[in-house]
Design a binder for this molecule. Structure first.
Ligand code: GLA
Length: 366
């Protein structure tokens, strides 16, 4: 859990802005809620490596250097992350780590970097196959761990291969050597109209991958609250996204101006029940359905079963479920809404949901 610069700043990041966001993480209470890692995304590095091959920060944006910034972030009680790429260039055509895996891993460790995101943007030899790409990622991970055994290794899988036969073996391999791997596309376009389709398509992308997730290794659906609220997303969109991410146990990396988050968004991001579900140690694996309403479930660490109802059809829809479909043997149960905090008693479950919307509840035997 933490913060990432990408959707807020793209490549226009500076050390003072990053420190400001880190301070806001603390003063907003988000750090106390668990969002403790401050990650630079693309755009921090100089346009070319130094003469000795070293990767360095862009001195116009980071005049004191990346090691200094790491110290400042650590002094706030937070962890610090950087971004690089597996090939010769990043997605913004800045220097990537190809042929420098060990050198960069050593530099990151010397700077005090706790988290490394390695993107997949090309700039690899033409002979590269899905299998050799996996080997490059494995090798870079080994270098990172050798220089810093506690590093968190975040890997971006070749997301253009989602749905192709080569994707599943890549996920399987990643589960053995990285802590999190991207399994969903970027969240573009960031418009109110695209919020629901994007959030629900990410849900579909990750459902079949639940067996690869577990403590220390997670399917990564990308960042949360992307440029919220400037993106035009509503609080309902944000809650939908957090509900899906929590059920899928995806990392929660906020990518928005923390100072511009309205109280409702801050409360949603800090919702202890949502966070507990996200961090519960498992991704949901079971799904049932009624008409256009699907219901995904996993054990709720607060007791009973957490159920995410989703309307995947067009128009408003109603789903009717027996309690037994959620593993409840008693005749009566309670449903606790994770977002409103309301608890209702019921003997069967009937939910009416608008198109593209979700409902996250905890169901317990009464
Ligand atoms: C890719 C990644 C994004 C971000 C950008 C940076 O698009 O998917 O998360 O890191 O590159 O250029």
């Amino acid at each position: 859990m933490g913060y990432n610069t990408w959707y807020q700043f793209r490549t226009s990041i500076t050390e003072s802005e990053v420190i400001r966001q880190a301070e806001l993480l603390v003063s907003s209470g988000l750090a106390a809620a668990g969002y403790t890692c401050v990650n630079l995304d693309d755009g921090w590095m100089a346009a070319a490596r130094a003469a000795n091959g070293e990767l360095t920060g862009d001195t116009a944006k980071f005049p004191h250097g990346i090691g200094w910034l790491a110290e400042r972030i650590h002094a706030l009680g937070l962890r610090f992350g950087v971004y690089t790429a597996i090939g010769t260039r990043t997605c913004q055509s800045l220097p990537g780590s190809w042929e420098h895996y060990d050198q960069d891993a050593a530099a990151f460790a010397a700077w005090g970097v706790d988290f490394v995101k390695v993107d997949d943007c090309g700039g690899l030899p033409a002979s590269t196959t899905a299998e050799t790409l996996t080997e490059h990622f494995r090798e870079f991970g080994a270098c990172l761990r050798q220089h810093n055994p506690d590093v968190v290794y975040s890997q971006e899988l070749p997301i253009h291969q989602i749905g192709k036969p080569s994707f599943l073996p890549a996920v399987r391999a990643s589960a053995g050597f990285s802590h999190m791997w991207r399994v969903a596309h970027d969240e573009y376009p960031l418009t109110p109209q695209n919020a629901s389709p994007m959030i629900l398509s990410h849900l579909a992308a990750v459902l079949p991958l639940h067996s690869f997730a577990g403590p220390g290794h997670w399917n990564d659906l990308d960042m949360v609250a992307p440029n919220f609220p400037a993106s035009g997303w509503t609080l309902a969109d944000l809650r939908n996204q957090l509900s899906v991410w929590a059920m899928e146990a995806s990392p929660l990396l906020i990518s928005a101006d923390i100072g511009a988050l309205p109280p409702g968004a801050l409360a949603a991001l800090k919702n202890p029940h949502m966070i507990a579900l996200d961090q519960s140690g498992a991704q949901c694996s079971t799904m049932t359905g009624s008409g256009h309403i699907s219901a995904l479930m996993k054990p709720d660490p607060a007791g009973g079963t957490a159920v995410l109802f989703v309307n995947l059809g067009t128009g408003q829809a109603t789903g009717n479920f027996a309690l037994s479909q959620f593993g409840i043997a008693s005749a009566q149960a309670t449903a606790h809404d994770v977002w409103t905090g309301e608890t209702t008693a019921l003997s069967e479950v009937s939910v009416t949901i608008e198109e593209g919307q979700t409902n996250l509840v905890q169901l317990k035997e009464a």
